[in-house]
Design a protein around this ligand. Structure first.
Ligand SMILES: [Zn+2]
Length: 280
């Protein structure tokens, strides 16, 4: 699934092409994309409006349109947003036509991606307040804030990082990479981390996300850039998907385990397992 760096990569590629242009027409071919709103209602609300800004919050892409109208997209598992794609590109669900002739296609084989409408800044703020916590690349993501979020949490820190209502935009890849960088075991309870560990974790989340953005995101399954190119961060993973390979820090073997119900990669020499946990 695209995580924050993948969505930010798309945003950075598309923003110069769409900002200031008029979204001449939005055509939705799949009613599931806008549920529970009917597609025609969303099409009518956004078509013909100038794009003031293409923003991002967590893993959401936000089209800020004139008159305080916002189209909020989530790519989910397999969504890609392609600029001027070839004719006959499969799995098209939504078509964007801009006033300069550029076309954007939202393709999504598994059809989990969503498009939602916010008709005011207040509605947009309420939408995100109900779904997302702190933005990890924003100024508000401080060590102190992370301490507050973790306080009293018995959940494993991996699950804590994946919870979008606490920290927005971190998924399975970047959680593994951040925990390795911080030398913290994924099963350690979030609330049991010491202040120094939480500071290291904050730094590591930022560093992992920043490295991902610098590499144009990671392509494991379907993620593509707006021009169809694959991201390259999968070649730079420190531990994620590297089971059996040597740890880049100590040379010990990276192993795969399950944490928060997800395949999780760890070097248990660098990230010592909490003593009260037995091997599964
Ligand atoms: Zn190691």
């Amino acid at each position: 699934m695209p995580e924050l760096p993948e969505v930010e990569t798309i945003r950075r590629q598309l923003a110069p092409r769409v900002e200031g242009r008029v979204l001449r027409e939005l055509r939705i071919d799949d009613a599931r994309w806008t549920m529970p709103l009917p597609p025609a209602e969303v099409e009518a609300a956004v078509s013909g409006r100038r794009v003031e800004r293409l923003g991002r919050r967590g893993k959401y892409l936000v089209w800020q349109l004139e008159d305080d109208v916002h189209l909020v997209m989530h790519l989910r598992m397999t969504g890609t947003l392609l600029l001027d794609p070839p004719e006959g590109t499969p799995y098209a669900r939504v078509h964007f036509a801009l006033d300069d002739g550029a076309r954007l296609l939202f393709c999504d084989p598994r059809r989990f991606g969503t498009g939602e409408l916010a008709r005011s800044s207040e509605e947009l703020a309420a939408f995100f307040a109900a779904r997302l916590g702190v933005e990890p690349l924003g100024d508000e993501f401080t060590a102190e804030r992370l301490r507050e979020l973790a306080r009293g949490r018995r959940a494993p820190v991996k699950a804590f990082l994946l919870d979008q209502r606490r920290i927005a935009g971190v998924g399975n890849i970047y959680a593994d990479e951040a925990l390795f960088r911080a030398r913290i075991h994924p099963l350690r309870p979030a609330g049991a981390l010491r202040p120094a560990q939480l500071s290291a974790l904050r730094e590591s989340v930022v560093a992992a996300l920043t490295a991902g953005i610098a590499a144009g995101g990671a392509t494991i399954d379907d993620f593509r850039h707006a021009d169809g190119v694959r991201g390259s961060f999968q070649h730079e993973f420190l531990v994620h998907r590297r089971a059996g390979e040597p740890c880049p820090a100590c040379g010990g073997a990276v192993r795969k385990m399950v944490a928060a119900g997800r395949g999780t990669y760890v070097c248990e020499r660098c990230q010592p397992r909490p003593r009260n946990l037995t091997l599964r």
